[in-house]
Design a protein around this ligand. Structure first.
Ligand code: PHE
Length: 456
């Protein structure tokens, strides 16, 4: 056992990894991002493509990442350096770290909104609203108020820093194990309320009855990017978290649980949002404000809504926190291992730098016009970051992981790593084919199609 292994530690149990990895996977991506992307990309058609992406690409690539991590017990850059010494692969590790960092910057801004919404609901901002339009105005006021936005962002980042600085295993995992089920129950309650609103059925139809004519290059790209985003792939989280796994753990079943839970929560969030959205006469392509507009409107129409609403945003903030911890941990473990800094210094530096780079995203909700309406992109700076890093960069990272495991490291050695803790590895042949041929080719074609459709 190497020193670094001793210092880095392992998860307490298989559940430890599943809890942390599910905590990373389930976050704003499921409840905030998935519904608005589905809304902008044709509803059910998007959902269908998304499910295929999780099954055929997300699952095999997550298994690949986790096996890289467990086999090397390193951060993403160190892992590529170990498996492919003196090669350019370490830059792919570097791209992962950069992507994780970039995602953290805009993600924290939205997570700050969820923190702010805890207080907004608690203090009754939504008690007297009559329609979703009013709720939209409240959201617009909130995101264009520099004090609120920056206070919330700072609070959220500090919280994040404290937890990562202290080490994550004891506190946050235990929390997420207890709180995730409550989030689940609250979501189910929301679904029931949403489905029983008058006019809900057209929303349900939009969400589950696919119109295949809506599927085009950008639907597929968005669904794929979202699948990788939601599963926390393509940017080193699963390599890092896999590196804390014991050789006795069964990687295939652990990864399967993470994929199933994550997809379930995303799907259920859509079931809560779309019926209510249509019932309230809003159009589904609201973009990033969707959850912040629709959810408070639903709560304002039920008895005890203030408390449900507050509880909902508390849990959403926690879901966001368990994701940002994993994002921050990627940068921090990289700095500690590659630059040999202490955890304290690494965490402080990463948090401060994240804050600085988050500023334009924080200003993009109406505070500074330039960032709110970018001259070179149809949308604000936050959406721009979300597309660039949360979709494209992740996808490129995942492509290289597949090529690396399929061809460089080789499916043979990777499979051997996976048989530790899972001697029978029943889906071995299928996984080998998926990771060696299907994943790289499919992801490459999707990227190519996207480039073609954006430039020609
Ligand atoms: N998967 C997280 C979510 O769905 C976001 C995330 C992306 C976390 C990438 C880590 C890495 O909210």
């Amino acid at each position: 056992m190497s020193d670094s292994l001793n210092n880095r530690g392992l998860w307490g149990s298989k559940i430890g990894f599943i809890a942390a990895a599910t905590g990373s996977a389930i976050g704003l991506g499921n409840i905030w991002r998935f519904p608005y992307l589905a809304g902008e990309n044709g509803g059910a058609a998007f959902v269908l493509v998304y499910l295929f992406c999780v099954l055929l690409l997300g699952f095999p690539i997550m298994l690949a990442e986790v096996s890289i991590g467990r086999s090397t017990r390193k951060n993403p850059v160190g892992a590529f350096k170990t498996l492919a010494p003196n090669s350019k692969w370490k830059y792919i590790g570097g791209l992962s770290v950069l992507t994780g960092f970039a995602i953290l910057t805009f993600y924290s801004v939205v997570a700050g909104y969820t923190l702010g919404y805890i207080f907004k609901t608690l203090f009754g901002s939504f008690n007297n609203i009559q329609n979703a339009q009013q709720s939209k105005l409240i959201f617009n006021d909130f995101v264009s108020d520099p004090y609120l936005v920056f206070i919330c962002l700072t609070l959220f980042l500090l919280l994040n820093g404290v937890i990562v600085y202290k080490g994550i295993e004891e506190g946050i995992e235990k929390w997420s194990k207890g709180l995730m089920p409550i989030l689940f129950i609250l979501l189910i309650l929301l679904v029931i309320r949403s489905l029983t609103l008058e006019g809900a059925s057209s929303g349900l139809k939009f969400y589950i009855k696919p119109d295949f004519s809506k599927i085009n290059a950008s639907t597929v790209m968005n669904a794929l990017g979202q699948a990788f985003f939601s599963l926390s792939l393509g940017m080193g989280v699963m390599i890092t978290y896999g590196s804390y796994l014991s050789k006795k753990d069964n990687l295939v079943t652990s990864v399967a649980y993470v994929c199933i839970f994550d997809t379930l929560i995303a799907f259920i969030s859509g079931l809560a949002i779309f019926p209510a959205l249509f019932a309230m006469g809003l159009s589904p392509d609201q973009g990033p404000s969707l959850v912040f507009v629709v959810i408070p409107s639903i709560f304002s129409s039920i008895p005890g809504g203030t408390y449900f609403g507050t509880g909902f945003f508390v849990l959403l903030s926690i879901a966001a926190l368990t994701s940002t911890i994993s994002l921050l941990e990627v940068s921090v473990s990289y700095i500690i291992e590659e630059w040999k800094w202490s955890r304290e210094k690494a965490t402080a530096a990463a948090v401060i730098f994240t804050f600085i780079v988050a500023v334009p995203s924080a200003l993009s909700g109406g505070i500074v016009q330039f960032f709110t309406k970018l001259p070179f992109y149809a949308g604000d700076f936050l959406s721009f970051m979300s597309t660039l890093f949360g979709s494209y960069s992740l996808t490129i990272g995942s492509f290289f992981v597949a090529v690396f495991v399929g061809w460089w490291w080789g499916v043979h050695l990777a499979s051997e790593e996976i048989t530790n803790g899972n001697p029978h590895f029943k889906v071995r042949i299928l996984w080998n084919i998926l990771i060696k041929y299907f994943s790289p080719i499919a992801v490459f074609l999707i990227l190519l199609n996207l480039i073609k459709s954006s430039f020609f």
